[in-house]
Every structure is written in structure tokens, then in C-alpha cells.
Design a protein. Structure first.
Length: 304
């Protein structure tokens, strides 16, 4: 296991370098001058603008700027924004909001997705199986704007927007929107795995040996069926962080997605690349955790 983790970490290095280079290039290629954007409608003093460009190395070629960023990032110095705020401070201010949103969405999709998937898989062909499948299809097509209109405007039971310092209720509807699509896939994946494994020979053998239905489900069917579900859930954490960018814009949540969008508009390359790198590291760590959970769920993977 140790060699495997070391190999995965070494494989991560070129991925991080390639991703940061690509994102930095995309931000660099955006039209407009970030220095002039700082002044807004005010006239730009060319001497001051040149001083700002020199301070932030904007007068250097793209590849030089990128290597300066990498050199500073190795010492955890991600530089300052054009407003003079440290990039790390901006991220640490916005990231807890996105973490809360992502965790709420993850809990929502994991609990309801697995529970409804198990019910649907055990009762395949029954009327509630059909209802669950229809609901899961509807969840894929429901957007945040629809939920805003129904729950926030028509019924007025949840806040329509969250703002800069959201509480639990402020994040509840965004978390449901963020997790609903993944929950629909988890329901269908769990249903498929349960209905497939319950018909396997080892289940009939376990019942023939006198095991109760509950023991068969817990010790055999669920353990084997949850392996692909755990895989999807682990990988989906990274997707939730990425999806938060859209969700935070819809509900006006001042999290990491909102910060990324604003940074792209302002041409804040250091800030955008730092955020993307952080999200990518989270995605890689989640995949490593999923690999270790494999070993707990299936001993065959542990000793492979």
C-alpha cells in the first residue's frame, strides 16, 4: 500500500504542473488589461500603471510569470491580489463557506442516494421502485433556478440567496441543488448493484447455509454493492467543489467558486491558479482515501 501511495503522489506532480500551466495560460490569454481594470472608469496614469505592472511582473513574458509563480508557491508564497490582499488570505476567507456547502451536499446525496438506491434495488419492479426512478430522472433535470422559484419565492420556506456569511438554512437549498444530480446517479448505481448482486450464487449459498436476510444483506450484498458507490462518492467530492462555482453564482454565496469567478473577470492569474491547484489536490487526496476504503470493503483488493 505504501508503494502504491508513493507512486500515486509522484504521478500527481506532472498533473499539477500541467494543470497550473494550462490555467495560467488561459487567464493570461483573457482579453483586457487587468491594470486598467483596477482603475475602472478613472483615467490611468501610465507611470503608476507601469509601476504596478513591474510590481506584479505583468511586464514579463508569460512563461517568466509562470515560473515566478511556481518558485514562490514552493515556499507557500502565493503572492498578493491586485487589491494588495494576500492570495492565501483570500482563499482561507472563502474556502470554509465552500467546504460547508460541499459537505452538506455530500451528506445529502450520500444518505438519500444510498438509502433510496437500496430500497429500489430490493424492491425492483414494485411501484415505489418506479417512483424513485422517476424522481431520480427529475432531479437530473431540475435546476437551481426552479428550486429558487418554488422553495424560495412561491412557498417562501428557504432563503433565495445566501450572501457573504451564510448559515445552515442559507446553504440548505444550494446544497440540495448541488447534490441532487449526483444523488440521482447514486440512486441508480446503488439500485443496479443491489439488484445484480442479490441474484448471485453466493447469496443463494449464504441463504442455504441458514443465514438470515439481514445477515446476507449486511455481510455480502451491501459490502460488494457499495464498492462502486464509494468510488463514485469519493471522486464526486472534487466534482462538488467544481460545481460549487455555478451554484455559488446562482445563490450569491461568497465562497471559493464566487471568488474564482470574480478573479477570472479581474485577470487575477495567481489567485485563479492557486484555487485550481487547491481543488485539484483535494480531488487527488479524495481518490487516495477511496483507494484505502477499497481495501476495507473488499479484502481481495487489499492483497492484490
Amino acid at each position: 500500500m505504501g508503494k502504491y501511495l508513493l507512486r500515486r503522489i509522484l504521478q500527481m506532480i506532472p498533473v499539477v504542473l500541467g494543470t497550473t500551466l494550462l490555467v495560467y495560460a488561459l487567464v493570461f490569454a483573457l482579453p483586457g488589461d487587468p491594470v486598467k481594470a483596477m482603475f475602472g472608469d478613472k483615467p490611468v496614469n501610465e507611470a503608476v500603471a507601469a509601476q504596478i505592472r513591474a510590481e506584479y511582473h505583468l511586464d514579463q513574458p508569460f512563461i517568466v510569470q509562470y515560473f515566478i509563480y511556481l518558485k514562490n508557491a514552493l515556499t507557500l508564497n502565493f503572492g498578493d491580489t491586485f487589491a494588495g490582499q494576500p492570495v492565501l488570505d483570500e482563499i482561507t476567507r472563502a474556502f470554509p463557506v465552500t467546504i460547508r456547502l460541499g459537505l452538506m451536499a455530500f451528506v445529502f446525496e450520500a444518505i438519500f442516494g444510498v438509502v433510496f438506491g437500496i430500497i429500489s434495488g430490493l424492491k425492483k419492479g414494485k411501484w415505489y421502485d418506479t417512483v424513485i426512478l422517476i424522481v431520480s430522472l427529475l432531479l437530473i433535470s431540475v435546476t437551481g433556478f426552479v428550486m429558487q422559484y418554488v422553495f424560495g419565492i412561491q412557498w417562501a420556506i428557504l432563503p433565495v440567496t445566501a450572501g457573504a456569511d451564510p448559515g445552515f438554512l442559507d446553504l440548505l437549498m444550494p446544497a440540495m441543488v448541488l447534490g441532487s444530480v449526483s444523488m440521482a446517479y447514486i440512486i441508480r448505481l446503488t439500485r443496479s448493484e443491489i439488484s445484480s448482486n442479490i441474484a448471485e450464487d453466493y447469496v443463494r449459498t449464504a441463504r442455504a447455509k441458514g443465514m438470515s436476510n439481514g445477515q446476507v444483506m449486511l455481510r455480502h450484498v451491501l459490502r460488494n454493492s457499495l464498492i462502486p458507490v464509494v468510488t463514485y462518492l469519493g471522486q464526486d467530492i472534487g466534482a462538488l467543489m467544481g460545481g460549487a462555482m455555478i451554484t455559488e453564482q446562482i445563490f450569491n454565496i461568497h465562497g471559493i467558486g464566487f471568488l474564482t469567478y470574480q478573479s477570472i473577470l479581474k485577470g487575477e492569474a495567481n489567485l485563479v491558479v492557486s484555487i485550481v491547484t487547491l481543488l485539484m489536490l483535494i480531488f487527488v487526496v479524495c481518490n487516495l482515501v477511496v483507494d484505502m476504503l477499497y481495501a476495507a470493503l473488499d479484502p481481495r483488493i487489499r492483497y492484490a
